[in-house]
Structures are given as structure tokens and as C-alpha cells.
Design a protein around this ligand. Structure first.
Ligand code: HEM
Length: 93
């Protein structure tokens, strides 16, 4: 069996400039996070709309939300990069 680790493709320095830097404005045209071709993820539209609803709700409650530093990843999963900690400041008065 051959298993491709697609999550690392998003960190390919030949495909993305400063691939390790989080950049929300980066074009994801080359992304293969949802696969490609005949087995392209059937849940992609659901996931994208759920994420849009979630982020809109989050920023409507915390409009000044910002990263506050600590961000930890669990690199031990076989094919996914899981975040175990993401510290944020709500900046609520
Ligand atoms: C962020 C969430 C998700 C990611 C990153 C993701 C990623 C992927 C990837 C990479 C594939 C291609 C696998 C391959 O080529 O062998 C795939 C296929 C698939 N995904 Fe997702 N998926 C997500 C969510 C979902 C959801 C919510 C559903 C269902 C509601 C779903 C249903 C499927 C199905 C049925 C396939 C197989 C399609 C086929 O073989 O024709 N996925 N997904």
C-alpha cells in the first residue's frame, strides 16, 4: 500500500512562497487538501459552508480576536497535522 501524506503538500516551498508562514491571503488553487480527480472529496461544500458559518459567528462574537502566541501541533498522527493548542486574545473590554 502507498499512502500519500497530502497535508505536507501545503508546505511545499516549490509551490508556496514562505510555505511555513500562516497567510490567510494565500491562493489555494494548488491545494490538494480535498484530493483531486475522480475521488475528490464529496463533503467539500459542506465543510466549506460550515467553516464559513463558524468563522462568521466567531468573529461576530469576538470582532477583535487575535493570536496571542502559543500554537502547538500534534505531529504524531499518521496523515493529519492536528492543532492541540491555539492561544487567542478576545480583546473584550
Ligand atoms: C476538512 C474536512 C475534510 C477533508 C480535509 C477531507 C479530505 C478528503 C480527501 C483528501 C479525499 C480524497 C481521498 C482520496 O483521494 O482517496 C476525500 C474524499 C472523500 N470525502 Fe472528504 N474531507 C473532509 C470532509 C468530508 C465530509 C464532511 C464528508 C461527508 C459529509 C466527506 C466525504 C468524503 C467522501 C465520501 C470521499 C470519497 C470520494 C470518492 O472516493 O469518490 N469528506 N476527502
Amino acid at each position: 500500500m502507498v499512502q500519500l501524506i497530502t497535508s505536507t503538500a501545503g508546505l511545499d516551498p516549490h509551490a508556496y512562497e514562505d510555505a511555513n508562514i500562516f497567510n490567510i491571503h494565500r491562493s489555494h488553487d494548488k491545494s490538494i487538501s480535498f484530493g483531486q480527480g475522480p475521488h475528490y472529496c464529496i463533503g467539500v461544500t459542506l465543510v466549506r459552508s460550515q467553516t464559513e458559518v463558524m468563522l462568521k459567528e466567531l468573529f461576530s462574537r469576538f470582532p477583535d480576536l487575535s493570536l496571542s502566541g502559543r500554537m502547538d501541533y500534534d505531529y504524531n498522527h499518521h496523515n493529519a497535522r492536528r492543532m492541540t493548542m491555539l492561544e487567542v486574545e478576545t480583546n473584550l473590554n
